[in-house]
Design a protein around this ligand. Sequence first.
Ligand code: MN
Length: 499
Amino acid sequence: MNNKLKDGIAVAGGPQKDRRRVTTLVEVEAAVVARDQLATTREDAVHSREGAVDLREEAAASREGEIRVGQALQAASDDHMLMLREANAHLIIANMEAQRLTEEVQAAKAQLEHAKSVAEKANLAKSDFLSSMSHELRTPLNAILGFTQLLEAGSPPPTPSQTVRLQQIVKAGWHLLELINEILDLATIESGKLSLSREPVSMSEVMLECQAMIEPQALQNDIRLTFLPFDHAWFAFADRTRVKQIFINLLSNAIKYNREHGTVEVKCTESTPGRLRLSIEDSGAGLSADKLAQLFQPFNRLGQEAGREEGTGIGLVVTKQLVDLMGGSIGVESTVGAGSVFWIELIRAVAPQLAIELVAPTELVTQTKGDAALRTLLYVEDNPANLMLVEHIIESQPHLRMLSACDGRLGIKLAHTHLPDVILMDIGLPEIGGFDALKLLREDPVTAHIPVLALSANAMPHDVAEGLEAGFFQYLTKPIKVKEFIDALNMALESTVAG
Ligand code: MN
């Protein structure tokens, strides 16, 4: 293009020359425009290049940023990794620690269980020991009491001063016997060997017997006893002997821990439907709250140790355990200076039906003509209602006559002296229980052959199984089913004839 521009200027002159000049000018203008454009373009290019450089720089910067971010990320993830690893290590340690602790806890638990079983065994051994010990202690004590009484009543009669000394021996002996019996009771209850026979027990009847037993003591202590009338329809579902023991214990305490010329009031109410409450109110010193809290602990006499009254403090503990065993409850309300009310609640039972259908006696009379075949039944039972019932049943059996004993000891004595043909034995008995009585009868060669039938209110299958295993000829349960009862009696009698 530069060459063309030089040529144009060189040929200028004339009209043709003018036209050419114009043309050349136009061309020059165009060239200038083009140059300007070119310059602009070049500038643009420069700008672009600068932009590109900027971009490149930016890109470089951002790459650097990326690298830095990447590095930061790497560092961060390294940190996390480290933390994770550390945490993991902690977890492993914690886990091991937990495992160790678990093992320790398990070991401690095993140790505890072992200790518990050892303690239970020891407690059982203790109860067994106390129980056998008490039996052993009673035997020599019987001799002491027996011979002392013989001396008192013997001839020549003792001198007045000898009499006083003998009285001291007898008094101490009876007291010792009482203590031994209480310990024996507690040991028997604690070893779970106490056998209760729960059946309907007339509250008024039992209270009447207790009243007769306790009145001399009240008279001696100058305490006025008041018995509010009992409803004759009130029967408790309980063991008769034990109910009596509970009543006597509470009455005796009310007399003992009373003030001079004090009073005792006894009443029975139906506290809530289905429960009978017997309460015994005294006019004694009353008990403070902290003494009340210790009331049912064994060997705790609440500061009466130095007092005039003798005792072990076991009585109330035994009473509470007996009440608990019979499904009842015991409690006391007391006001210091005014007196205490001891109460027990027992489950109410429906009055037993004594009017039962009896088997026709005539048939049996013809079968047993004459008295050649008269056989003897000994019934050992502490509940008068049951005694009366069996007596009625036996009346319809002319070939039978009945002897009765109201406790195990007397039962064994009668068996030994009268040699009955068959024995009917209650299980829950005073002095010696049915099972122990059976054992003693079996051990004595004189009575070993007599069949013994158990008649008990303990009617659970395991009771029956235990009874048969112990050697009862049959185990009958209360209430008595007359037909079954007579069949069993006859079967027992036949077995003795055959033997
Ligand atoms: Mn009984």
